[in-house]
Design a protein around this ligand. Sequence first.
Ligand code: FCB
Length: 469
Amino acid sequence: MPVSFPPTFLWGTATASYQIEGGAQEGGRTPSIWDTFSHTPGKVEGGHTGDVAVDHFHRRAADVEMMAGLGVGAYRFSVSWPRVQPTGRGPAVQQGLDFYRGLVDDLLAKGIKPVLTLYHWDLPQELESAGGWPERDTAHRFADYARIVADALGDRVDMWTTLNEPWCSAFLGYGSGVHAPGRTDPVAALRAAHHLNLGHGLAAQALRSTLPARAQVSISLNPAAVRAKTQSPADLDAQRRIDALANRIFADPLLNGTYPQDLLADTARLTDWSFVESNDLAIIKHPLDSLGINYYSPTVVSSATDSHVVRNDNHGVSDHSPWPAADAVSFHQAPGDRTEMGWAIDPTGMHEVLMHYSRMAPGLPLMITENGAAYDDKPSADGRVHDPERMRYLHGHLAAVHQAIEDGADVRGYFLWSLMDNFEWSYGYTKRFGAVYIDYETQTRTPKSSAYWYSELARTGVLPDVPVE
Ligand code: FCB
């Protein structure tokens, strides 16, 4: 039986501003926290920065042509906050808005649906210097910025995402410090998580009051499929703690308007959470039109007797934990093959997460806003880039998505991370997630075999077999 997706299913690819644009000092753009971080020695592998990235800022039109050639119907991109509102306050810069308006017009002209993310981690440095996400004011600044972008692009973009993976912003940015701004303060991380939630709610309100009724407002989370190593009470408690810090700290306020009681109790020795003000949860619970889910690999935990666990949090190694007040938890890789990131390949986690959210939020459409894999791709003698492992990874995960739909989950679309190789945060350019290969010397773009495979899927809606190459 062929594995067929619904005819209305949206097929897309995804990128993010700092990872692809370059043009870091052009058009009035000011530094973001990722400019500062990547220019700080020792923070990013190889000292790589996003100064040039894949030069999308100058190659926008050709990149859209390339997407059109692949026949994929949607494109998820993010707007660089310091490109449209330098320093994060005050009026917008026309040149910055014009870049994104041009991008959207190019996409629409090719019949590609633009899906816009307002924040994929590039906070204006000036806002970090004023305290960043641990400070409440940043949430208000974010809502002002959301209104600026909605005013400029609301007539032509229908799908809006406030934040990408607030877990990473809060806990990798302010907890383990492997992401910008590189702070290692567990209380700041918890405060950041709340102000990101609040920023989402305030921005959702701003979008709703500015955008036409047809517009859809969403947020992309990276829910963890958290598994206990054994069924011992201690390991199950480790699972509960990490589930609270990875998942429920965002999902509960967004969908139910509450913070989990066990999270408040677990973290009580660090903070009394008095930074949560009386109306905040009602603001955060703003109705969503869909929920974006980014999934790559499951998380396996056990209780640890060693209270100082050095762990790989899937985005870099640090001896500061990204998990406030959960020091006595060890992390393990799930069994099986791994990608080049070292992440275990386990599509059952995709199914698990989709089923969990469809039960938790009945009636709320789900969208997979990221899924994909890094491999050490290289052009072969014939000039082509063969990436059978990536096709196998995608095939397995898409079969899991299909199964979730069969099992009743209302999944409306899938965005492959990523359209093209790019700046993989603290790994710099050493990890290649693209369906399109980038030669960083020449900026030549070469679609990998997976790009053609995915293109067939997007055109037919039927999951193709993985060719033997
Ligand atoms: C996600 C990020 C995305 C990319 C992938 C591999 O956490 O949202 O930018 O780095 O991981």
